[in-house]
Design a protein around this ligand. Sequence first.
Ligand SMILES: N[C@@H](CCC(=O)N[C@@H](CS)C(=O)NCC(=O)O)C(=O)O
Length: 250
Amino acid sequence: MKAPTLFVFNISHYCEKARWALDYFGIDHVVRPVMVGMHRSIARKLGAKRGSVPFLQTDGGVIAGSSAIIDWCEEHHSGKRPSLAGEAPDQVRALEKRLDDIAGVHIRRFYYSEALINDPASVRPIFSDGLPLWQRAAVTLGWSRIVPIMIKVMDLGPEQGQQSRALLEAELDWLDGLLADGRPYMHGSQWTRADLTAAALLGPLVAPKEHPMVHAIVIPKAASMAMQAWSTRPSLQFVRKMYAVHRQRH
Ligand SMILES: N[C@@H](CCC(=O)N[C@@H](CS)C(=O)NCC(=O)O)C(=O)O
């Protein structure tokens, strides 16, 4: 099998989720940062049903979306690492979906609503790192046109940022509550895809040292204050622990 290629935005926490799954299962792969704006046409050309990153180019076709990529890993790993499905796969998937749909979306909107509105230049480097030279130049020259599109597509703004902050905080309350009985993982006694998802999507709030990308993100003031205020929450201590124990890189 040829090593699959994972197409990513460096900044994307959903991409970190997919990358972590590939690393966890020990599946040799290439990580390829893709230029914002070109990602959809590349995905389409490869035959992906969805244009968002992450997508994984494999011998057998393209796999789009972090959950589908975990499914693919489950089918293609060498069997050396335990499955991430957990003891109750449907319940584990429901936890994963909740994290994908709420925490993942609102942590991103909270961050970009401050960073892209107040200091868009601080976001640009992470979108050009790792690209071929001409694409880096295109991102630099086109950034002032890319930013308003991102603002529109993600519905960013000061009010939206506050709204997302509140929704994110409610999800942290929920996760704190779930972990309050001292359980080691979100469901059952095994490390599952729900735990990996929680850690990858909330990782930017914690900036764990094992994270391959988060240290390149410039954190704006309100986000940084929230990170400090939330740092002792059980949910974020859990994220730190998941990175320390389970995030081996290959
Ligand atoms: N639920 C999807 C979310 C993927 C997603 O939202 N990706 C963002 C980057 S964080 C993206 O590609 N946005 C640009 C686009 O959709 O064109 C997953 O888990 O893969």
